[in-house]
Design a protein. Structure first.
Length: 303
């Protein structure tokens, strides 16, 4: 009996020791390389972060690390829980003092608008900076993976990526049943601000391709400024706008339909204008799967 009790005690001690080992390995020092090749040394779990970009904010919540957020860029508005966090200036107007006041261990930012000087200032304050640069789908997956590694949520990040890929494959398979190839124009900046669209090398162009559609500006590279004349000349069958209604004037889709010279476009004549203002198709994050699903429904509903 005494030997049995002793054996139980030894086994219990071993289990406790192993549990402690697991916890220790989770918090051990490690190095993560961000999407610009910068190596970030991390010591233990990251429990306080600021995300300057909306996509990174969404990724943090998607991998189960939303509780670590202590601040957000002013355009980070999803999920709703993020709105309760202190907002800081981001982009070209990134306010280092506001960020430092929140005492984060890590700041997530992207390469657009932010500068090397801002990164240096944050690092001089003892804050690690993780930079993302996601323009295509592979970049989106890598961004999710990097954030997963930083936050010790690698398996959760892998699950998010796998779920996105599964959704894309299912939608692609469904779209393959249709013989026609819809032509689509993505308007990511409205006429009043200067027309911009998504060209090749962007996740929006890839979204069109995987759904068997043709991006009418698939011959331009990246995010590009275009003219009304170019849109009219290419005569898209479908138009997707991501402009938000500000509460006055015509709705974005009405504004597009009412532009002089656009009334002859196939998309306008057929009423094929989608206002996708929930940002799901323009943010390089997990909700791209939702955006592509809405794009599929738009292109193939009723066929």
């Amino acid at each position: 009996m005494r030997r049995r009790l002793l054996l139980i005690a030894v086994l219990s001690a071993m289990l406790l020791f192993c549990a402690g080992c697991g916890k220790a390995s989770r918090t051990q020092s490690r190095t993560v390389t961000d999407m610009t090749g910068r190596e970030i040394a991390l010591n233990g779990d990251v429990t306080r972060v600021v995300a300057l970009t909306a996509a990174d904010c969404e990724i943090l919540y998607a991998v189960g690390a939303g509780d670590a957020l202590v601040g957000r860029g002013e355009y980070c508005d999803y999920p709703e829980a993020a709105l309760s966090l202190p907002a800081v200036q981001s982009g070209a107007a990134t306010n280092v003092e506001q960020i430092v006041a929140l005492s984060p261990q890590v700041v997530f930012m992207d390469t657009m608008a932010q500068s090397v000087e801002q990164i240096a200032a944050l690092e001089a304050a003892g804050i690690q900076v993780v930079v993302s640069e996601a323009t295509d789908l592979e970049g989106v997956y890598e961004s999710i993976s990097v954030i997963g590694r930083v936050m010790n949520r690698e398996s959760e990040a892998a699950d998010v990526i796998a779920g996105m890929k599964q959704t894309f494959q299912q939608l692609s398979d469904k779209a393959a049943a249709f013989s026609d190839k819809p032509t689509v124009y993505f308007e990511i900046s409205p006429l009043k601000a200067g027309l911009w669209t998504a060209g090749k090398g962007t996740f929006m162009d890839e979204a069109a391709s995987l759904l068997g559609a043709q991006n009418v500006f698939g011959d331009v590279t990246g995010w590009a400024g275009i003219s009304e004349e170019q849109v009219i000349q290419r005569n898209p069958g479908y138009i997707v706008t991501t402009d938000r209604y500000v509460g006055t004037g015509p709705m974005p889709e009405q504004e597009i339909a009412g532009r002089p010279g656009w009334e002859h476009l196939s998309a306008v004549k057929d009423g094929h204008i989608l206002n996708l203002a929930d940002d799901s198709l323009v943010r390089p994050g997990p909700r791209l799967a939702d955006g592509v699903k809405q794009l599929y429904d738009f292109l193939y509903a009723g066929k």
